[in-house]
Write a protein that binds this ligand. Sequence first.
Ligand SMILES: Nc1ncnc2c1ncn2[C@@H]1O[C@H](COP(=O)(O)OP(=O)(O)OP(=O)(O)O)[C@@H](O)[C@H]1O
Ligand SMILES: [Mg+2]
Length: 284
Amino acid sequence: MRGTRQLFDVESWKVDRVWDKGELYKKKAMQPETLVRTEHILVEFGGIRAVDDVSISVRRGEILGIIGPNGAGKTSLLNVISGFYKPKHGRVYYKGRDITRLPPHERVKLGISRTFQHSELFMGMNVIENIMVGLHPWARGNPLTYALWTPGVVKWEEWARERAEHVIDLLDLHEYRYHIVGSLPPGVQKRVDLARALAQEPEVVFMDEPMAGLTREEKEDLVRAIIEVYETRGITFVLVEHDLEVVTDICNRLVVMDFGRVIAEGPPGEVVDNPLVVKAYLGS
Ligand SMILES: Nc1ncnc2c1ncn2[C@@H]1O[C@H](COP(=O)(O)OP(=O)(O)OP(=O)(O)O)[C@@H](O)[C@H]1O
Ligand SMILES: [Mg+2]
C-alpha cells in the first residue's frame, strides 16, 4: 500500500501509481495550467441561491472531486460550466478565454464534455447510436439534408461511427454495441454515458454522480475505466460524487460545497478532516 488506503481490491490495477498521491502532486505541480476557471458564479432559483459566489479552478491533469450534501449546488455549478445555465453573476473561463456566453455545443467543441446525474441517454436507441448523438455538434446538416441523405451527412455519419467505434474499444463495450441502452444494467449505461463524452475527444470531462445507483462491482469497473482513460489519454476529470470512498481514493483534490458555497478545498486527506466539512455532512 502506498500512502493511502485502498478501497477496491483490484489486483491488476493498470495504473496503481495514481494511488500514490504524493507523487501525483509532484507531477502535477510541474503542469499548473488552469483549464477551467469560474469567477464569483451566482445562480438563483426564486429566492434560493443555488450557487453563491463560487470561484474554482480545474487544473490540467487532475482528477478533481466536487462533494457536498444534497442541494449544495454541485449540479447547478456543472450546468453553468457546461453552458446549460447562465449565471446571474460571474464568469466562466476555459484556458483563459471567457466562455460565459457560449452555448453548450460550442463548449463541447472546445474540449469540455460531461455526463449527467439523471441519464440523458436515449433509452430506445442502441449504444453506438447514443454515442453518435454526442457528435452532433460537429454535424453540418439540417433536417432537409438529413432527409435527402446528402454526401455531407453521409460523411459525418462515417466519421461519427468511426469515432464511436474507437471509444467502444476504449471502454470495452463491444458486446453491447447494438444493444438497446434501456435494456442494459446501470453500470453499463454509465459507461455508455462516459463513452459518449469521450467520443467528443475532450480535454476535461465533468461527471455528475457517476457512481449513483451502482453496485460495488459496477463502481469498481467504472473507476477502473476512468483511471485508465485518465492515465492513458491524459484527460482531466471532475467528479461530482457522493461516494466519499471513491472520491478520497481517486481524486487528487477536493472542493466541498454546502448551501451554494465552497466551504473547503484541498487534498482529500485534509478535506475530510476539516471540521466545516464534517459539520456539513453531519448537519449539526
Ligand atoms: N432547475 C431548478 N429549478 C429550481 N430550483 C433548482 C433547480 N436546480 C436546482 N435547484 C435548487 O438549487 C439548489 C441546488 O441544487 P443542485 O441540484 O445544484 O444541488 P446538488 O448539490 O447537485 O444536489 P444533489 O447532491 O442532490 O444532486 C437546491 O436547493 C435545488 O432545489
Ligand atoms: Mg446534483
